[in-house]
Design a protein around this ligand. Structure first.
Ligand SMILES: Cc1ncc(COP(=O)(O)O)c(C=O)c1O
Ligand SMILES: N[C@@H](CCCC[NH3+])C(=O)O
Length: 431
């Protein structure tokens, strides 16, 4: 079969050494389960890749991919950094007692309150995205003696080879200071003019679910060129180059994935070559992987309910979740694979649309999914749902969001409890 899931001696799917049928029985479905060892392995693979190349580096987990107190605890155990993009993610990290000096604060429209929360909690670095934000931060620091470390997010003018909705490095992007029009340079001057802002690095992020290394090499080239220009013109050289995230994962057999060490080796080689060519010191390299840390470690378990068969039309088999817990198929036409939990290795016998339960025709989790014979009550697992699944979940149709379980070494623990109907109305007020 394949290496993307494991089974026990009863032939059932296991996740983190725990029988997935037991997980479905004990915690109910839909259920999101993470194989924690896989998260650790991915994170450590990025750390090790830099260590092998003797490069100073930071792996900052992009927590928008999956944010939870337990997840921040796990990254802390691994001595990693995190990036947060909202007051809510920051608050969650604070609740997890995540060391604030290892937090990067991102976002293209941080509010004054969010920036103040970041300053008050002494986050490691605020990644500045636009002029409005620089002004807000200056207002917060005014009349204090505080000094804040910042990076500038620049848009390098690179169109990553990925879905249009997850491209971010092209000039026509809502994120960051554009390099070619001179905005990035203006931002540099503005930040340098304020002694309370300490510019420690330059940041760029070209997009997400990128499966080839070419875009990253181009990014390095553009950024090293920029650094040379600023070194010559302003005698300024950033100590850090933050290349963002975007490393792609395997969703289906079509995705040819590169291992972290391949990406990192190519990136570092390119950076070393430009550092030598431009007579620059090699900056410390930061990356912000999100999807590649949690994506393949996550599994969504669903119970099959109704089915519909019309002669001459592909059958629909419906599960008890869908776009409320995984919006990605509807939003990006994302593709997934599914297996029958009681027997993942069973021969496929039918091709069906695996539909969700929400009141939208577009709520199809997998179009043309290959499945063995299944019946109502069977549990299926959709694979590689760990990134941007739960984190983008909604209460559409007032369906409670699922529970999330961490499984490791044969032990399972709920890390986010399932929402109840009472939770759903807990913010409603009588009129
Ligand atoms: C600034 C920044 N860093 C990191 C990421 C994480 O990307 P990914 O989950 O693709 O690794 C994103 C999202 O695309 C981002 O916008
Ligand atoms: N939500 C997107 C990724 C967004 C990356 C954020 N900058 C996805 O599911 O593919």
């Amino acid at each position: 079969m394949n290496n993307y899931y494991q089974t026990n001696n009863q032939g059932h799917l296991i996740i983190g050494g725990v029988d997935a049928l037991e997980l479905a029985k004990n915690y109910g479905t839909p259920l999101v389960v993470y194989d924690v060892a896989q998260i650790r392995q991915q994170f450590q693979a990025f750390q090790q890749a830099f260590t092998n190349l003797k490069v100073n580096s930071v792996i900052s987990y992009a927590s928008k991919a999956f944010s939870a107190i337990a997840m921040y605890q796990l990254i802390n155990q691994l001595k990693g950094h995190i990036d947060v993009v909202s007051g809510g993610e920051l608050y969650t990290a604070l609740k997890a007692n995540f060391p604030t000096d290892r937090i990067s604060f991102h976002g293209n429209n941080k509010t004054k309150e969010e920036l103040a929360l970041a300053v008050e909690n002494q986050v490691g670095v605020i990644i500045l995205d636009n002029f409005h934000e620089i002004e807000l931060l200056e207002q917060i620091l005014n009349n204090t003696s505080k000094r804040v470390s910042v990076m500038l997010r620049v848009t390098p003018g690179i169109t990553a080879h990925t879905h249009q909705y997850v491209q971010t490095g092209q000039e026509d992007s809502k994120f960051g200071f554009d390099i070619s029009s001179g905005q990035a340079e203006q931002a540099l001057l503005k930040v340098q003019a304020n002694k309370q802002l300490k510019l420690i690095g330059i940041h760029a992020h070209i997009g997400s679910q990128i499966l080839a290394v070419g875009g990253f090499k181009l990014e390095v080239k553009k950024l090293m060129h920029l650094i040379r220009e600023w070194a010559q013109k302003y005698a300024y050289q950033p100590q850090i180059l933050n290349l963002g995230g975007g490393f792609g994962i395997r969703y289906t057999a079509q995705d040819q994935v590169l291992a972290p060490d391949i990406f990192i080796k190519e990136i570092v080689q390119t950076m070393r070559a430009y550092a030598q060519k431009y007579h620059l010191e090699l900056p410390e390299i930061w990356i912000e992987p999100g999807r590649s840390i949690v994506g393949q470690a996550g599994y969504s378990l669903y119970t099959i309910g109704s089915s519909k068969t019309v002669p001459g039309i592909m059958p629909y088999i419906t599960v008890d979740g869908g776009m409320g817990d995984n919006i990605r198929p509807a939003l990006y036409q994302a593709e997934y694979e599914t297996v029958l939990v009681r027997c993942p290795q069973a021969e496929p016998k039918q091709v069906v649309h695996l539909a969700g339960r929400y009141c939208e025709s577009g709520d199809i989790l997998i179009k043309q999914a290959s499945l063995p014979q299944v019946e109502a009550g069977d549990v299926v697992a959709v694979l590689a749902t760990g990134a941007y699944g739960y984190s983008m979940a909604s209460n559409y149709n007032r369906v409670p969001r699922p529970a999330v379980v961490f499984a490791e070494a044969g032990h399972a623990q709920e890390v986010i409890r399932r929402e109840t109907y009472a939770d759903l109305v807990s913010h409603d007020c009588f009129y």
